[in-house]
Design a protein around this ligand. Structure first.
Ligand SMILES: N[C@@H](CCC[C@H](N)C(=O)O)C(=O)O
Length: 286
């Protein structure tokens, strides 16, 4: 049985990012950390905390009944939290950063890592251990699903666009725009209609087509706000492009924080590739 202990005053952490989508990694192999929503909000605050788009609690699957129920054959569980303290099922950049951390910090050998998420088992490939905690990571993102409803509209500022509902383990609304400046500054969340289309909230992608296999994307993330990149969002954008005429292959997805690659495999599943960087290790007051 796992014993939850009172949060120690100072907890080890690592800070990392994937194409500018940044995370605090909290290694908690024995699942002893009682991490509340208020802890996450405090940690992610960019003035009074470390600052991040989200928190990745890294737990050994065998120490967590929740993780073992999701994927008993996985080694580690990514307990992902958004900056507002809410739980997320899946995070494409987060899982790449977690995999880079686990390998470079010596918790796992390089190669293939089986990782549990609330969206199910995901497989990350870390080609080598990096002494400077930086390098590419590829992750199998599963197959996009189309749960409906159709006829979704997204409104930002004074403009509206039709959008497609794509599920990448977490919910997305993808709108094609003429220019990435069209949605305005995105400092407040875009409106989505019908209002009951996403009972648990949604991440919204604004996508500009640049070429046959080249997309430029801005993302307003559920539980965070506009972020510099989003891995599930990149895959959702490619899925929506395929639905509207693009041909399966390998896509480049440019986001404000950097470039991600999305490969569409023969079975329709997707692989996400991009850089993952650990920028700091330390201890933080919880
Ligand atoms: N940044 C992420 C997505 C994180 C989860 C999202 N905010 C949600 O609530 O579903 C990514 O890289 O996929």
């Amino acid at each position: 049985m796992t014993t939850l202990v009172a949060n120690p005053s100072f907890q080890p952490f690592a800070k990392g990012h994937g194409a500018g989508n940044d995370f605090i990694v909290l290694p908690d192999p024995h699942s002893r950390l009682a991490l509340g929503a208020e802890d996450v909000v405090r940690l992610c605050d960019r003035r009074t905390g470390l600052g991040a788009d989200g928190v990745l609690r890294a737990v050994r699957c065998r120490a967590s009944p929740e993780a073992a129920a999701i994927a008993s054959d996985a080694d580690w569980f990514m307990d992902y939290r958004n900056a507002d303290g809410t739980l997320g099922q899946m995070c494409g950049n987060g899982i790449r950063v977690l995999a880079r951390y686990l390998v470079d910090a010596g918790h796992c050998p390089p190669g293939t890592l089986a990782l549990a998420t609330r969206a199910g088992l995901r497989t990350a490939h870390v080609p080598y251990r990096s002494a400077d905690f930086h390098g590419p990571v590829t992750v199998g993102m599963g197959t996009p699903r189309w749960p409906g409803p159709e006829g979704i509209t997204v409104t930002a500022g004074a403009r509206s666009w039709p959008a497609l509902h794509v599920d990448m383990g977490n919910p997305h609304a993808v709108a094609f725009v003429g220019d990435l400046t069209d949605p305005g500054d995105l400092t407040s969340p875009p409106a989505v209609a019908p209002a009951d289309a996403y009972p648990y909230g949604v991440t919204i992608e604004f996508v500009a087509r640049r070429g046959l296999d080249d997309l430029a994307v801005r993302v307003h993330e559920r539980g965070v706000g506009e972020t510099r990149a989003c891995g599930t969002g990149a895959c959702a954008a490619v899925a929506a492009a395929l639905r509207t005429g693009a041909v399966p292959g390998t896509f480049t997805v440019d986001m404000p924080g950097g470039r991600l690659g999305v490969a569409v495999l023969a079975d329709g599943s997707m692989e996400l590739t991009g850089p993952a960087t650990i920028v700091a290790h330390g201890t933080v007051r919880l």
